[in-house]
Design a binder for this molecule. Structure first.
Ligand SMILES: Nc1ncnc2c1ncn2[C@@H]1O[C@H](COP(=O)(O)OP(=O)(O)OP(=O)(O)O)[C@@H](O)[C@H]1O
Ligand SMILES: [Zn+2]
Length: 582
């Protein structure tokens, strides 16, 4: 095989090197972890690689996505990654797709051509999809993710190990709307409020929920906010600041909102619009601004902000949110945040650490080698603090496929809902697509088709209640066969009629019964080590940004599901709350 691979031949043996050279390997995602994996694979001597990434290179990727340089900004990640790794090993043939892996061109048979696939993704949705495609195609999948200093890598093999969906993950942190509107007690509540204010003034991302229920206030403040956004006049902006941070708060106190509250807010009487903090100062985003500076910054950012959806990377939008959040913090006696910290909260960022990505990608490639050479794969955690034995990497045994998992065990799921009031459309959108993650669902009742994404003739059923559907309707005890053509998944849905489902607890209108496992009923994965600790199975996550601030929100103590109008912060996959020890 020549000199290029001589080190590999002497360490891994000629046979393994030949296996690696010939294996067709899929790498989904060419971001933080993906770049590292691609580089490792070609340097190891893998020559048949396909990568898919839907994104283009952003300047913020350059610090850690090692294949990319400034001149690549704006170009497709997959394409640039291919060009760069091809230079690292000209023998490697890398195929690049600038596309969404969920695109129908990446069919089950397309997946079936690979010997192994590796996920280097940053979201649950795409991960679930690849999980299902690999299960359907019988392709082993090496999953990986990092959250700051923490990381993990594990192998999914149909029928042998647990799949990505065997252990549903906690997914959301919700803040009650009244906390955001009236009784904040944490910086994050004020940041959420400021983001809603931004939405109110500059639009984007649906209606702001700040003043929804309070028509009177809505006319008083929403009107002024709209005027300030439209005119950008400093005088009107100054009036708005008084309205928001003095008058509104005073009014709420007067109305008795805080009679039973632990703390009463303070109106910012005589709020002065000071000089905004100087951007020339090196610490401008890392030091706490004074209240006057916040007012100045907010005024300036209102004058600068474009009508746009909030984006933490848009300087005017982020300054707006940091300044407004801090003024609100000042109202409620909450510690003010630097712009940098506020940005972390606003973007739900647990910043990525390049080294963790590199370590995880290395582990991932070692699992790829194990899969290709039929060695026993493992589940490896990458820890922040050493174990008692001094290890930072902790391999554990992989779990078995979970009997109730419909993704890898084409099993059944039982759902309770009101079959008389639930429309087929809701059932399909909220349950089959929204909860079960079907991409192209078709539903059969007995021998009759009742819904098929691709069959227009059946779309008239969408408006019917489940019990009124043809073929006897979906009533108590009905068995519906669901098929996802895109992921080749079959599932039996058993429907129970439940006329009085608690809509506070189950705002989506259905409840997955606990005797069956489904994504709404999280389970714990036990860590098999010589320790007695359990670790809630943490789904992998790939993170952004360069620095080392960790901002994590604990899920609310109650098990109550979020109500429709609660502000839900997507914190897709919190890291394990307990750390494994050896
Ligand atoms: N459905 C998908 N199909 C293809 N690629 C995807 C899909 N979802 C996510 N990705 C890619 O997975 C990669 C994840 O890597 P990572 O999070 O490190 O990068 P990033 O998103 O560029 O980071 P940042 O958010 O800081 O810009 C991204 O390049 C992203 O484009
Ligand atoms: Zn499974």
């Amino acid at each position: 095989m020549g000199d290029r691979y001589s080190d590999g031949v002497s360490s891994l043996g000629p046979q393994t090197m030949e296996t690696l050279r010939k294996a067709k390997i899929l790498v989904v995602g060419a971001g933080g972890i993906g770049c590292e994996v691609l580089k490792n694979l070609v340097l190891l001597g893998c020559e048949r690689i396909v990568t898919v990434d839907l994104d283009t290179i952003d300047v913020s990727n350059l610090n850690r996505q090692l294949l990319f340089r400034r001149e690549h900004v704006g170009q497709a990640k997959a394409v640039v990654a291919r060009e760069v790794v091809a230079r690292l090993n000209p023998r490697a043939c890398v195929e690049a797709h600038h596309a969404n892996i969920k695109d129908s061109k990446f069919s089950v048979s397309w997946f079936g051509e690979f010997e192994v696939a590796a996920n280097a993704l940053d979201n649950v949705d795409a991960r679930r999809h690849v999980n299902r495609m690999c299960l359907a195609a019988g392709v082993p999948l090496v999953e990986a993710g990092t959250t700051g200093y923490l990381g993990q890598v594990f192998v999914i093999k149909k029928g042998e190990t647990a799949c990505y969906e065997c252990f549903p993950k906690p997914s959301r942190v919700a803040y009650p709307i009244c906390t955001i509107r009236s009784t904040p007690d944490k910086p994050v509540h004020c940041v959420v409020w400021a983001k809603e204010l931004f939405k109110l003034m500059f639009g984007g991302g649906g209606e702001s929920m700040l003043y929804e229920d309070a028509a009177v206030e809505k006319s008083a403040y929403a009107g002024l906010a709209a005027e300030a956004a439209a005119t950008r006049s400093p005088a009107i902006i100054a009036r708005l600041l008084v309205a928001l941070f003095e008058t509104d708060v005073a009014k709420q106190i007067e109305a008795g909102t805080y009679k039973t509250a632990k703390t009463t807010p303070k109106p910012l009487v005589g709020l002065r619009v000071g000089t905004p903090p100087s951007r020339a100062a090196s610490d401008w985003d890392r030091r706490e601004w004074t209240v006057e500076e916040c007012a100045g910054e907010l005024s300036l950012s209102i004058q600068d902000a474009r009508i746009n959806e909030f984006d933490k990377d848009d300087p005017a939008a982020m300054s707006f949110v940091a300044a407004a959040a801090n003024l609100r913090c000042a109202n409620f006696g909450i510690e003010r945040q630097t712009l940098y910290a506020a940005k972390g909260i606003a973007g739900n960022i647990i910043p990525a650490i390049a080294t963790t990505n590199a370590v995880v990608a290395g582990l991932q490639v070692s699992e790829i080698v194990k899969v290709l050479t039929s060695q026993k794969p493992s589940y490896t955690y990458c820890l922040r603090d050493p174990t008692r034995k001094g290890y930072l990497l902790q391999p554990t045994a992989l779990d078995e496929p979970q009997p109730g998992c419909y993704a890898c065990r084409s099993g059944s799921v039982t759902v309770a809902l009101n079959t008389e009031t639930t429309k087929l459309e809701t059932f399909v959108k909220k349950f089959v697509v929204g909860n079960l993650n079907f991409v192209k669902p078709a539903l059969d009742l007995g021998e009759s088709g009742i819904y098929d994404e691709e069959d227009d003739r059946l779309s008239e059923n969408l408006g019917s209640s489940l019990s009124d559907l043809p073929a006897g309707g979906i009533k108590d005890g009905a068995i519906v066969k669901a098929t996802d053509f895109s992921t080749d998944l079959d599932l039996t849905i058993v429907v129970k009629h439940l006329p009085d489902l608690d809509d506070q607890q189950y705002p989506e209108g259905f409840r997955i019964l606990s005797d069956q496992q489904g994504p709404s009923e999280p389970k714990k994965r036990s860590l098999r080590s010589d320790d007695d600790d359990d670790v809630g199975k943490k789904a992998p996550e790939v993170e952004e940004e360069e620095d080392d601030v960790e901002i994590l929100e604990e899920p609310p103590p109650t098990k109550k599901r979020p109500k429709d109008d609660d502000v839900v912060l997507l914190l897709e996959e919190p890291p394990p709350t307990k750390k494994p020890r050896l």
